[in-house]
Design a protein around this ligand. Sequence first.
Ligand SMILES: [Zn+2]
Ligand SMILES: [Zn+2]
Length: 342
Amino acid sequence: MRAIVMSEVGGPEVLKESEIDRPEPKAHEVLIKVCACGVCGHDALERSGVMKRHVELPMVLGHEVAGEVVEVGSAVSTLKVGDRVATLQRQPCGECYYCRRGQDSACPNNRFFGHRGHTGGYAEYMAASTRAVVKLPDEVPYEQGAVLACTAGTILNGLRDEANLRAGETVLVTGAGGGLGVNSIKLAKLFGGYVIAQTTSEQKVDALRAAGADEVVVSRGAFHEEVVKLTDGYGIDVVVDNVGAPVFKTAFRTLAPYGRFLVVGQVNGDPVNFNLAFMIQKGIRMIGCKSTRWTQLHDLVEMTRRGLFTPDVGQVMPLEHAAEAHRQLEDRQVIGRTVLVP
Ligand SMILES: [Zn+2]
Ligand SMILES: [Zn+2]
């Protein structure tokens, strides 16, 4: 089958089209004909060498997949050939303590698609455990289904299930022009938030307003004063931080008493230091947003089917343009997710 193989770490040019063996589904797996695969910041960090832990070369990246089941393993009873499906980013074991209490995103035995020899979705076919797969109704296009878990599941987890965002609360979305940012705006609006979006790009303002942002702050530096002013001095109840270290200090300073700070993204490996007393003084909760549970992907599929939410797909490109997709991601040229189609 055709796949985009990465044989060395480096710039986008290390992503090369190649012929490799089609994976064989194991007993509890299905073989998916990939119809769409999202290009994630995580992929770029692994390709460039910033994220090293799970890189085992050669590898095929891609953990945001939707497609059609073309083969089922001997122990699969819940899916059949022809089913449309979307995947989680990782495959939980289904047996451990965390899986059994519905916290499958914390499964210590999980296997991330594309990591450690598991062929990811930058390919014509990908094998996936049934525990990582949700059925996709006909109303939800593959391009949307592919990106639900990674670009919206993490945010649904953060806003709805961790921060308990309530109608009327103020929300700041940092790095709002990226793949997670636009969905952060949409979901925060769905739950009744008053949303301030921060971006570094003047060109993205209209698109962020179209996604539902009540206010847009364009800033490359400290933005806390401007943001707090927009809340009439009250501050932010929930920060959705898609950026991490480069904006942490200024984003943290926007928080209102009892604010919740959702750590969603970390674009580089830099540590941050801050005075813990600020957390005590304001009763701040800091929450690392672990990615998507099976139930959260299931809910997002239903929300999309019913028209409550539409995930943001920036552009669709042929699989062989994977390197170009990475280039554009790193140059921040696109709003929303790029989806590759084999
Ligand atoms: Zn992703
Ligand atoms: Zn488990």
